[in-house]
Write a protein that binds this ligand. Structure first.
Ligand code: GLA
Length: 474
């Protein structure tokens, strides 16, 4: 379709001219294996999201870009079904047979992201476990971990590409993004598809507006003379620890909110509609304005947070049915009802308003209106804090310091519960912004001194980059 990002074939393989000095990871792998034949290097980037938080799994769009930080795996093809990967960043080595990808390591183990990617291709019938081949390699990365910049999805994408390559397969990037998004859920988080799509299909100097169900990707220009700066709050937002339950809870709350809205619409129109995501409830699809949809939500979700029994009663379903259809996760486990019940109304308000902010931000970027982009980023942050409840004291302090120090817009990025903020800064203010945030947040508030090596990992401007690719060294 005109204007869309081209559907590519993945993995994209670039041949490195013989005689070119090898990349350091490739050199290290050759040394370790005593191998001077063909070696592949896959690189998959992380991302920042400008606006559109927690909209993807609801079927509303997002607006991220791939960043110039990546997970890299140097590997050789195996002639059996063993997958072996050693982290040179100190996370140890993992080795398993392709078929063992169906039994995860203990929760939180980094090897589960490799297994998830492999399992996805098996379960979706792309690769036959009986005939599959593995790979052997080492990996490294410069995406801060547990910081909301998608280091885990970059590992899933890089492992998935290596596995495709090991089996001599190519597929279209859209289908691959869908498979890897679904497969990452085997690692325990009911994520949407933003991270895998942007890591695969990122485009240099460009943001992507990504729509889901069906997946569609359109480039959106970034602003001239402005930079996006990442600041790490230093609160670990590990998707495998408590943030995982908090994330999954919101996914369940949104599913329940959608079920309630559907019941409200059926009551209002007398027509049964086929819709199960909040993204199905917009003016275009329902014929009702946002204000009317909000009024319907206010009515059916009154008293939120609500226990499942009340939700079941209001939507005319049994509690068991609701649990099976709405509270069950990809790994088959059931999300345990929180003591205070499910917060459905606030979640709906965030998602519905965030969806509109994505459209408005994309328009503002196309018009080169930095002030509007910044305002929308700030509004998004407020909604993430007040209605989605995914901020924390450190993120609040960091975003307000950033605005005081000249950011036009500042907000948490990624899943929240800690992690990084993304800040829109005029290029001419970049160095004073960095200096002031470094002093006020890191030194004065957190009491840490950032030398230049540390700063590089914690507080840095980022550049929109191309998506994942493989290099072949002969
Ligand atoms: C995580 C998930 C994404 C998305 C964001 C929040 O990064 O992996 O799918 O839901 O959180 O926007």
């Amino acid at each position: 379709m005109a204007g869309d990002v081209n559907i590519m074939v993945v993995p994209l393989v670039f041949d490195i001219e013989p005689g070119t000095p090898p990349d350091s990871l490739v050199r290290l792998l050759r040394q370790r294996l005593g191998h001077d034949g063909e070696v592949y290097l896959v690189a998959a980037p992380g991302r920042v999201n400008i606006v559109g938080e927690h909209t993807d799994y609801n079927g509303f769009p997002v607006l991220p870009f791939a960043i110039d930080r990546e997970i890299r795996i140097a590997f050789v093809l195996s002639d059996d079904e063993t997958i072996e990967l050693t982290s040179i960043d100190g996370y140890g080595a993992r080795s398993f047979q392709v078929d063992e990808s169906r039994s995860p390591y203990t929760q939180g183990d980094w090897g589960n992201y490799i297994k998830a990617a492999v399992r996805g291709f098996l379960e979706e019938g792309v690769i036959d476990a009986g005939r599959a081949r593995g790979f052997k390699g080492i990996c490294a990365g410069d995406i801060p971990v547990s910081a909301g910049l998608s280091s885990s999805s970059a590992l899933v994408v890089a492992s998935g590409m290596a596995f495709l390559k090991a089996n001599g397969l190519e597929m279209d990037s859209m289908a691959c993004a869908g498979i890897l998004a679904r497969s990452e859920r085997y690692a325990g988080i009911e994520g949407g598809g933003m991270d895998q799509a942007v890591s695969l299909m990122g485009k240099r100097d460009t943001a992507l507006k990504i729509d889901f169900f069906p997946l569609r990707i359109r480039p959106v220009p970034l602003l001239d003379e402005h930079v996006f700066v990442v600041c790490n709050s230093m609160v670990q937002a590990s998707k495998t620890a408590s943030a995982r339950a908090s994330y999954n809870r919101r996914v369940v709350e949104c599913r329940l909110a959608a079920t309630m809205l559907r019941a409200a619409l059926v009551k209002r129109t007398g027509v049964l509609i086929d819709a199960d995501r909040l993204g199905d409830f917009n003016p275009e699809k329902t014929g009702f304005s946002w204000e009317e949809l909000e009024r319907m939500a206010d009515e059916i979700m009154r008293g939120s947070p609500l226990p499942l029994s009340v939700i079941a009663d209001r939507v005319g379903m049994s509690v068991d049915d609701l649990v099976e259809k709405r509270c069950t996760l990809r790994d088959g486990s059931v999300f345990i009802q929180p003591e205070e019940g499910y917060e459905v109304r606030k979640r709906f308000l965030h998602v519905a308003s965030e969806a509109r902010r994505v459209e408005e931000t994309a328009d503002a970027l196309r018009c080169g209106d930095a002030v509007a982009v910044g305002r929308l980023m700030n509004r998004s942050h407020e909604s993430c804090r007040d209605n989605y409840e995914i901020s924390c004291d450190e993120l609040e302090t960091l975003t307000s310091i950033a605005r005081e120090c000249g950011a036009i817009g500042s907000r948490l990025t990624g899943a929240g519960f800690g992690g990084c903020t993304v800040n829109l800064v005029e290029s001419s203010f970049l160095s004073s912004f960095m200096r002031n945030v470094k002093e006020k947040y890191y030194e004065d508030y957190l009491g840490i001194i950032l030398d230049s090596e540390k700063q590089e990992k914690i507080l840095f401007p980022c550049r929109a980059s191309d998506g994942a690719r493989i290099y072949r060294y002969r």
